[in-house]
Design a protein around this ligand. Structure first.
Ligand SMILES: [Zn+2]
Length: 539
C-alpha cells in the first residue's frame, strides 16, 4: 500500500547507474523530456549507489510540490499579480514543464519513486523486492509505503490513514493497493488504461455545507470588483473558513448562488476554498438573488466591463479602495520594501485625504503621522526613514510597484534589461516591446496604455521630483556581451540585421562580418549562407 501522491507521473532512466533521461508520463506512450528539470530535484540522485545491482534501469515516480512550498509560491505569485496555482499538482506540473531549469531549481519540487518499470535482467519475484532495491539504489521511497496481509488489514490501514492526511507535507488523494506477487501481476494483466493488479482507494475531498450570510464586493488595486461570499464560519481541513471568493458575476449566475443559500464548500487539502454548488432543496424563498452593483461600493463611480465579459472594474483611478491597495503594494516587501506602511495606517491616511497617490507618501511629516495615527515619535521617524530609503531601489521595483496590469516582478525585470531608464520605457511602441522574449501583445499593450494615461505620466513626474531612482544599474545588465564577437547569417524572424547588431552592441558585444576562430557566436537565421558551412568546418 502506498499513498497516492497527487503530482505528476514521471519515468526516470539510468544507464550504467547514471541518470540519463527523464520524461513525464504523458498519455502512457508519449511524454515530454524533462531531464534538465529533474536534475534540479535534490532528492533525485544523478547516480545510483554501488550497493545496488541495478545498472540499466527505468523507475517510475511522482514529482510533487510540498504543501509548504506551494503556499510560499502562491503567496509570491499573488504579489507578482500572477494567478495563483489552484493546487500543488498544477504548480508541480507547471514547474516541471518550465523551459528554464534555472527557474525550476528555485522551486522546491520533490519526488517519490514507487516502482521499477524496466530492468534488463528482471528476476524480481515480488513488488516488495523492488521497493527494497529502490531504497538500496539511493532513490527516495515514501516512508508510508507499507505491506499488509489480507483485505481486512488493508481496510483498517485506509481508515487509520485518513486522519494522517492533513499532517503530510504533500497532497494525496487516496491509497494505492498493489498485489505483491509479480506472477499474479502477469495473470491479472492490464486493461488499456491501467494494470489490474493495482487499485486506488480515493478519499472523498473535504466538503461541508454552510450558509451564505451575505455577498460583499471587494475592490482590488486595479479596480476589479470581486464578489466574496460571507459564510457562517465552518472548519475545513483544519482551518476556519468564513469568506470565499465567488470570482465574478458570471460564476454566480452559472452556479445560481443566492444570498441565504445553503452551499457546499470544498477544500481538498491546500486548495483555496471554493463554493461547489448551492443546495437548492434547502431553499425556502427567503433567499435573494445577487445583483452585481453597477457602481463601485467604495467610491460610487461607474463599474464597467471593459475588454472582458465577466470582470467589472471601478473606473475611478482615485477610488480610495484602489489607492489604498496600490500604495500597500508599492510598500510591500517584494516591491519598495517600506516597513511600517501597513493597511491600518493607509486606511487613515487615504480616508483623511492626506495621501491621494503613491507620490504623496514621500511628503509625509512626523507631526502629521503623530496626529493621524497617534504614532510615537520614534515610530514616525522610522517610518519616514523607511519611506526615504525606498527612493534608492532598483528600477524594476519601481516598474513592478506602479501596478501596471500583467506586469509582475519577473516582467519588470525583463523590461529593465532592455530599457535602462523609465523615460525609454515610457516612449516605447507595442511592436517594439513584443520583440522582447517573454513579452506578448497583451503585456506590451498594457505597458503602453499605462504610460499613455496622463495621470500615470504625472505620477512618474511627481516621483521623479521626490528623487526616486529611475535608472537601471548599467553595469548589471549592459556589458554582459563585452568582448564577444557575433556574426549573423540568414534572415532573422523578429529583427532586421541592423537592429540585431544594435542589440549586440548595446550590451558591449562586437559584430563582425566573417566567421573565424575568433567568432564567439554565429546567429543563424532562415536560409543561412556560406558562413554557416564555414562555421561547421572550423568546429
Ligand atoms: Zn471605486
Amino acid at each position: 500500500m502506498e499513498p497516492k501522491i497527487d503530482g505528476l507521473g514521471v519515468a526516470l532512466y539510468f544507464e550504467n547507474k547514471i541518470f540519463k533521461r527523464g520524461a513525464t508520463w504523458g498519455d502512457g506512450s508519449k511524454g515530454e523530456d524533462i531531464t534538465p528539470n529533474l536534475k534540479t530535484i535534490k532528492s533525485n540522485p544523478l547516480k545510483l549507489t554501488v550497493d545496488t545491482f541495478l545498472n540499466n534501469v527505468e523507475f517510475r515516480g511522482e514529482v510533487y510540490m510540498p504543501k509548504d512550498a506551494f503556499r510560499e509560491m502562491n503567496k509570491k505569485r499573488i504579489k507578482e499579480v500572477k494567478e495563483p496555482f489552484a493546487n500543488p499538482r498544477n504548480a508541480a506540473a507547471g514547474t516541471v514543464r518550465n523551459k528554464d531549469p534555472k527557474k525550476v531549481a528555485q522551486c522546491p519540487l520533490n519526488i517519490f519513486i514507487y516502482s521499477i518499470s524496466y530492468y534488463e535482467d528482471d528476476n524480481f519475484k515480488t513488488h516488495w523486492e523492488k521497493i527494497d532495491e529502490i531504497k538500496k539504489a539511493g532513490l527516495r521511497i515514501n516512508d508510508k509505503v507499507i505491506r499488509k496481509d489480507g483485505i481486512e488489514e488493508v481496510m483498517k490501514y485506509i481508515e487509520r490513514f485518513r486522519n494522517q492526511i492533513e499532517d503530510l507535507n504533500y497532497e494525496i488523494d487516496g491509497i494505492v493497493i498493489k498485489v505483491n506477487n509479480l506472477k499474479v501481476h502477469e495473470i491479472l494483466g492490464t486493461t488499456k488504461h491501467h494494470p489490474k493488479w493495482a487499485m486506488a482507494y480515493k478519499y472523498p475531498p473535504k466538503r461541508k455545507t454552510t450558509k451564505i450570510k451575505n455577498i460583499e464586493i471587494m475592490v482590488g488595486r486595479t479596480g476589479k470588483l470581486t464578489p466574496v461570499a460571507i459564510l457562517e464560519p465552518i472548519k475545513l481541513s483544519g482551518t476556519q473558513v468564513s469568506r470565499v471568493s465567488l470570482h465574478n458575476e458570471e460564476e454566480i449566475r452559472q452556479k445560481d448562488i443566492r444570498i441565504g443559500d445553503t452551499v457546499l464548500v470544498e477544500k481538498a487539502g491546500e486548495i483555496i476554498p471554493q463554493v461547489i454548488k448551492a443546495i437548492k432543496k434547502n431553499r425556502d424563498d427567503s433567499e435573494n438573488k445577487f445583483e452585481m452593483p453597477q457602481r463601485c461600493p467604495i467610491c460610487g463611480s461607474a463599474a464597467k466591463m471593459i475588454g472582458s465579459k465577466v470582470i467589472r472594474r471601478c473606473m475611478n483611478s482615485q477610488c480610495p479602495a484602489q489607492i489604498k491597495q496600490r500604495i500597500e503594494h508599492w510598500g510591500s516587501r517584494n516591491v519598495m520594501n517600506i516597513e511600517g506602511l501597513g493597511p491600518q495606517l493607509l486606511n487613515k491616511l487615504v480616508d483623511k485625504g492626506v495621501v491621494k497617490n503613491i507620490a504623496d507618501i514621500y511628503d509625509l511629516k512626523v507631526e502629521e503621522l503623530r496626529k493621524i495615527e497617534r504614532m510615537g515619535k520614534k515610530l514616525s521617524i522610522n517610518l519616514l526613514e523607511a519611506i526615504n530609503n525606498s527612493k534608492e531601489r532598483a528600477l524594476w521595483r519601481l516598474i513592478f510597484g506602479l501596478g501596471i496590469p500583467f506586469v509582475g516582478e519577473y516582467i519588470a525585470q525583463i523590461l529593465t534589461e532592455h530599457y535602462s531608464n523609465i523615460e525609454e520605457l515610457m516612449n516605447v511602441f507595442p511592436k517594439e516591446l513584443e520583440k522582447i522574449d517573454g513579452i506578448g501583445p497583451k503585456i506590451a499593450k498594457s505597458v503602453v496604455n499605462f504610460f499613455n494615461e496622463e495621470k500615470n505620466s504625472e505620477l512618474i513626474q511627481q516621483l521623479r521630483q521626490h528623487g526616486i531612482n529611475m535608472i537601471a544599474e548599467k553595469e548589471e545588465f549592459n556589458n554582459f556581451l563585452e568582448g564577444k564577437k557575433f556574426v549573423f547569417t540568414g534572415a532573422l524572424d523578429k529583427y532586421t540585421r541592423d537592429e540585431a547588431s544594435k542589440e549586440v552592441k548595446k550590451y558591449g558585444g562586437r559584430v563582425t562580418s566573417n566567421v573565424s576562430r575568433e567568432t564567439d557566436y554565429l546567429v543563424v537565421g532562415k536560409n543561412p549562407g556560406s558562413k554557416f558551412d564555414k562555421a561547421k568546418e572550423i568546429i
